[in-house]
Design a protein around this ligand. Structure first.
Ligand SMILES: [Ca+2]
Ligand SMILES: [Ca+2]
Length: 489
């Protein structure tokens, strides 16, 4: 992570901090404005505020780190947070159906649809740190090459049918309601409430269907020092895409990558999926099956097996934990991404790697969640975004912290990709133009172009090495600091 841009990033971070240190109201205006500067060039939904839906963050008083740092919260800390939320929901009169996410981890709180009155009450609640607008993150359709500038997130570039809903190549049909609709698919919570039975309210405590239990992972793999990696020779029958060859690859067996995306193709023979810990963070949809294709593209570049078929990924055969936050149309929300990072924080161990080929406008909550998890030794590869702009206004790409790597995209000639975001937060460039990867439905094929495909190369390097090496710098970088080209060696 130490590279030429580090100093600049530190300085830039200070400047940015001074800009965003505003009062709550001003801050919201600022965020709105920041988003709108990009809105002209994004698709209709990407980055839009979800009407009346907010992320409510508690003051983190109850977030007790365990001594090992492996688990984010003690059972007591978790119970205290749940109890605090219950009191708050009751006092504010928030209906169960209005709740979209609950957070226990580095971020504590919830996301919900709120009336103006409820919003006002929560903003004035002394236990609430702040309230943030929830937003849509929209992935572009994977699999096509198109250098048209579009989207301000870390999404794979789509073609002319970018973000067209329900075009039928997914395994499942569209399930996500449009943001204006009050989410009719969400089931009534059924989990019983052992923690704090409210006398008048028999409703269960835990409203979300997928609640990670803060189980301590088996301490089989201690914090990974930088180390030699195991080289491999692709077996007969394997394709070695140009970008994997350029980047470098090795044996990722025994390593774990957490892929926050649209799920994965669960029966793809080239992917080693950790079904035990994979989970959907989509309220009311427990499936981790990738119906969109983006997550399966990302997973293959990171970790496709050396199994004599398909392709070889950067950290071949690494274990993939799919955290599904995008539905089969590519629709996701900032609050889901926060939940996913919280989940990682609660479940992952130091040396594990997280890939986030996603992004939107500024979300302090998402940024803070990433920073907090990284402070425990969990490593992040984050796409810079595809809008040909400075990613200092994109979360989580703008996060500047040890262990957090923001990645721009380049082509096979090591030329900076025209639509790649740039700027001080970028740590490395990696291949992301005309890439090949695993596809939903089986096999491999074109994954198109985008920083979404560049970040997974760095994720793979992190799995193998615990840090990122580089070979030269990219040509034609759009800022004054040519990004070092990420490499296994
Ligand atoms: Ca293979
Ligand atoms: Ca640069």
């Amino acid at each position: 992570m130490m590279n030429n841009s580090t100093l600049f990033k530190a300085l830039s971070g200070l400047a940015l901090a001074s800009v965003v240190t505003l009062s709550g109201c001003q801050k919201e205006d600022f965020m709105e404005e920041q988003f709108q500067t990009n809105a002209v060039q994004v698709n209709a939904q990407h980055g839009q505020a979800i009407p009346d839906q907010y992320i409510v963050v508690f003051k983190n008083g109850s977030n007790k780190l365990s001594s090992t740092g492996v688990s984010a919260m003690t059972i007591a800390g978790r119970s205290a947070t749940v109890a605090m939320r219950e009191r708050m929901l009751l006092a504010t009169g928030i209906e169960r159906e209005a709740i979209k996410q609950t957070f226990e981890g580095n971020v504590n709180g919830f996301a919900a649809r709120l009336t103006k009155n409820q919003l006002e009450q929560l903003r004035n609640n002394p236990e609430v740190a702040y309230v943030e607008q929830d937003r849509i993150i929209m992935l572009a359709k994977p699999g096509t090459d198109n250098t048209t500038t579009k989207g301000n997130g870390g999404n794979t570039k789509g073609g002319t049918d970018t973000n067209t809903k329900g075009n039928g190549n997914g395994k499942k049909n569209t399930t996500e309601p449009t943001p204006e609709e009050p989410a009719p698919t969400e089931p009534t919570p059924t989990e019983p409430a052992p923690t704090e039975p409210t006398p008048s309210e028999p409703t269960p405590v835990e409203p979300i269907p997928v609640e990670p239990t803060p189980v301590e992972p088996a301490p089989t793999e201690p914090e990974q020092p930088t180390s030699a990696y195991t080289k491999i020779t692709p077996l007969a029958g394997e394709t070695l895409p140009w970008h994997i060859a350029m980047n470098g690859f090795g044996d990722g067996t025994g390593k774990t990558v957490w892929v926050i995306d649209s799920g994965v193709d669960t029966d793809h023979p080239d992917l080693n999926i950790d079904f035990q810990r994979s989970v959907s963070l989509i309220y009311g949809d427990a499936s981790i099956e990738d119906g969109f294709g983006h997550g399966t593209n990302v997973a293959g570049i990171i970790a496709a097996k050396n199994n004599g078929t398909g392709m070889v990924g950067v950290a071949a055969n690494a274990s993939i934990v799919a955290l599904r936050v995008f539905d089969n149309t590519g629709y996701g929300t900032v609050s889901r991404a926060i939940s996913a990072v919280n989940y990682v924080n609660n479940m992952a161990k130091p040396g594990d790697v997280v890939n986030m080929s996603l992004g939107a406008g500024i979300s302090s909550t998402l940024d803070n969640a990433v920073t907090a998890a990284a402070s425990k030794g969990i490593l992040f590869a984050i796409a810079a975004g595809n809008s040909a702009t400075d990613c200092s206004v994109n979360s989580p790409a703008r996060v500047n912290a040890v262990g957090v790597y923001t990645v721009s995209a380049m082509d096979r000639y090591q030329n900076f990709w025209a639509s790649s975001n740039y700027g001080a937060p970028v740590d490395f460039a990696a291949p992301g133009v005309s890439a090949t990867s695993t596809r939903i439905g089986g096999g491999i094929g074109s994954a198109g172009s985008g920083t979404s495909l560049a970040a997974p190369h760095v994720a793979g390097i992190l799995l193998l090495r615990g840090e990122v090496f580089s070979q030269g710098t990219v040509n034609g970088d759009k800022d004054s600091w040519p990004d070092p080209i990420a490499s296994v060696e």
